[in-house]
Design a protein around this ligand. Structure first.
Ligand SMILES: [Zn+2]
Length: 374
């Protein structure tokens, strides 16, 4: 009985505080709700509650600059601590604390009828990402939704479905009657998937890992003398990851809209002819980074030159070398498959340039492009 009363009181307090909070944020978006949040978070036994949103407050503060999003996430942490986080509860909390912060376009994404499931919460993140091209506030809300999706479990919840660029690619191939399942895997290596990518770049991840040979700092297959460089690349990649995902999202949004507006006539997918012109127009950052390779590139050798540049197994451990070589041979036999890799590489080079500009450093692409560290 006592626990029932506590549950009712806690639920009532949650509703009251969230109503005040939503009103406060909407009316005074720039003012601080910190004390309200802190008062609620310390209400239980006078101590900070142990929370099932497994993320440190300082990480939230580092990751998000939008105060409304920071407070929203801290509210979600506090409220979620009252019990196990089910998809239904997570969706309710996301709608209650993050939806009020969104633009009308963003709210429309929240309001679409969705069955409460972890996959649907991730799809909400993707939809918000699509709408956020010129809206940094909405992008932060999208990232907060993704955080609730992943960090309500320890270790963080993995995505079991294909990344967005692969889904977009397969969908567009369908429009031009190219069946990807038929050509996706090398015939003698059905376990190898050329459409899998390191989460920090465009390369194939090492077997059983989420990272490629360039970004896996502690992989036993990495050369001993290269470990420090790989660790540095890994840290740099983590800092870039969010901007990389945003940039990929923006490229996909632009190209998808263009493709549909052209009534499916736009050459969105990798072409068979005039490849250099296509790269210069559609993948300008990769084209720039290609440097001298631009002059040698023809329609016949384009795939080989691109793979030598982007997916070169030189310097990698033996097993990774074999994996990369198998994939490169397969892509050369089916050039269409290079499209998702090029989208990710373009996103990587563009986001790296944005980061360099923010730091006031040397512009990427200036000087000798081949020296850019990945
Ligand atoms: Zn990588």
């Amino acid at each position: 009985m006592c626990s029932e009363i506590r549950r009712i009181l806690l639920t009532s307090a949650t509703v009251i505080v969230s109503t005040i909070y939503s009103f406060y944020v909407l009316q005074y978006p720039s003012s601080s709700c910190y004390l309200v949040v802190l008062a609620f978070a310390t209400a239980k036994n006078g101590h900070l509650i142990i929370l099932p949103l497994y993320i440190e407050d300082k990480t939230i503060l580092t990751k998000f600059t939008n105060r409304g999003v920071v407070y929203g996430l801290r509210f979600i942490k506090a409220v979620a601590s009252a019990g196990a986080v089910t998809p239904a509860l997570a969706l309710r909390l996301i709608r209650c604390y993050l939806r009020p912060l969104a633009s009308s376009e963003g709210r429309a994404a929240f309001d679409k009828k969705k069955k409460a499931s972890w996959d649907n919460i991730y799809f909400l993140y993707s939809e918000l990402g699509f709408c956020s091209e010129n809206d940094d506030n909405l992008w932060q809300i999208a990232c907060a939704v993704k955080l609730v999706h992943s960090h309500t479990k320890q270790p963080p919840r993995d995505l079991k479905f294909a990344p967005i660029e692969v889904n977009t690619f397969i969908q567009h191939c369908g429009f031009v009657h190219l069946s990807i399942p038929e050509i996706r895997h090398p015939k003698k290596h059905r376990g190898i998937d050329p459409l899998q990518f390191c989460e920090l770049c465009w390369r194939q991840p090492l077997s059983g890992r989420k990272l490629c040979g360039h970004h896996a700092p502690s992989d036993p297959l990495t050369f001993e003398n290269d470990k420090r460089t790989a660790a540095a690349r890994y840290k740099e990649g983590l800092r870039q990851k969010e901007l990389l995902e945003k940039t990929i999202n923006q490229i996909l949004t632009r190209e998808t809209i263009k493709f549909h507006e052209s009534n499916f006539q736009d050459q969105m997918l990798f072409p068979k002819q005039d490849i250099a012109a296509w790269l210069a127009e559609r993948r300008p950052a990769v084209w720039l980074a290609l440097g001298c390779g631009q002059y040698d590139l023809t329609d016949e050798n384009a795939i080989k030159i691109l793979l030598d540049f982007l997916h070169n197994p030189e310097g990698l451990p033996v097993q990774a070398k074999a994996l990369y070589s198998t994939i490169n041979i397969h892509i050369q036999a089916h050039p269409a498959l290079i499209w998702p890799m090029l989208v990710r590489a373009e996103g990587w080079y563009q986001s790296r340039e944005l980061m360099t500009k923010k730091r006031g450093g040397k512009r990427l692409g200036a000087g000798r492009p081949k020296e850019v560290k990945t």
